[in-house]
Ligand binder design. Structure first.
Ligand code: SF4
Length: 244
């Protein structure tokens, strides 16, 4: 029975993508209002082997011996994958034994400032960090980080990672939350942050499925178009919410 691997699923972003979940629900340094994995129960930045890496590697080998090679093997799931201190071992294993699939990481980006983690992630082909807030107030409202974490640290970490590894394709995911981060002032601040990070692309998202708080609504088309038009002047923008 599978415990850590799911799919492959047909992903609009990644083609056929096999998911790897290195975390138990629900461990994360954020408690985002839109999280599909529901409320965070262990809000932490402690890195450790939340699931047994030997077990993960065995399961990967087993599953990949039974299915056609997926386009991507993607770290994702019910928490923040970079919290698992064994993620580097898994990436190295994939590069060594399953190199026909590319490796992608979906991350909130909060730990990318960590020098040890930066080295562990060197083998990635793609990284999709999140940037949902244009100032500290929005960060507290949308992402609700563990104590001591700030938007400034997040942005610095993402930008530094991209500077160190320009060959790892970076698509920055941005979630638009009506009434919180969708004003013209927010957009102007986002433009500055995007210029600082300068990712390879932006993936614009809004609510698709119910999040953690009941009264959160999706952004309307006009707002999404406004953001896309402005940010497209800096890097290419695509939409990833299902409504589009
Ligand atoms: S970072 Fe991801 S897993 Fe963590 S709370 Fe936010 S959406 Fe959920």
């Amino acid at each position: 029975m599978r415990k850590h691997i799911y799919g492959p699923i047909n992903s609009r972003r990644l083609g056929k993508s096999l998911g790897v979940d290195l975390i138990i629900p629900k461990v994360c340094p954020l408690d985002c209002i839109y999280c599909e994995a529901r409320a965070t129960t262990n809000l932490t930045i402690e890195r450790k082997e939340y699931v047994d890496i030997n077990e993960v590697l065995e399961e990967i080998d087993q599953v990949l011996s039974e299915i056609p090679m997926p386009d991507y093997i993607t770290f994702s799931g019910a928490g923040e994958p970079t919290l698992n201190s064994g993620i580097g071992r898994v990436i190295n294993h994939l590069k060594q034994f399953h190199s026909r699939s590319k490796v992608c990481l979906l991350t909130n980006g909060l730990l990318l400032k960590d020098k040890v983690l930066q080295q562990e992630l060197a083998g990635l082909d793609m990284i999709i960090p999140s940037l949902d807030a244009s100032n500290e107030e929005e960060y507290l409202k949308i992402n609700r980080p563990v104590r001591g974490e700030t938007l400034e640290k997040l942005v610095d970490g993402i930008a530094e990672f991209h500077r160190i590894y320009p060959g790892i394709y970076m698509a920055l995911e941005m979630f638009i939350a009506p009434g919180i981060n969708d004003s013209d002032e927010s957009l102007a601040r986002f433009e500055k942050l995007v210029e600082k990070i300068h990712p390879d692309a932006i993936q614009l998202n809004t609510l698709d499925r119910p999040g953690v708080i009941a009264d959160l609504a999706p952004a309307d088309d006009e707002t999404m178009e406004k953001f896309a038009a402005a940010l497209n002047n800096i890097v290419p923008v695509t939409f990833i919410s299902k409504a589009r």
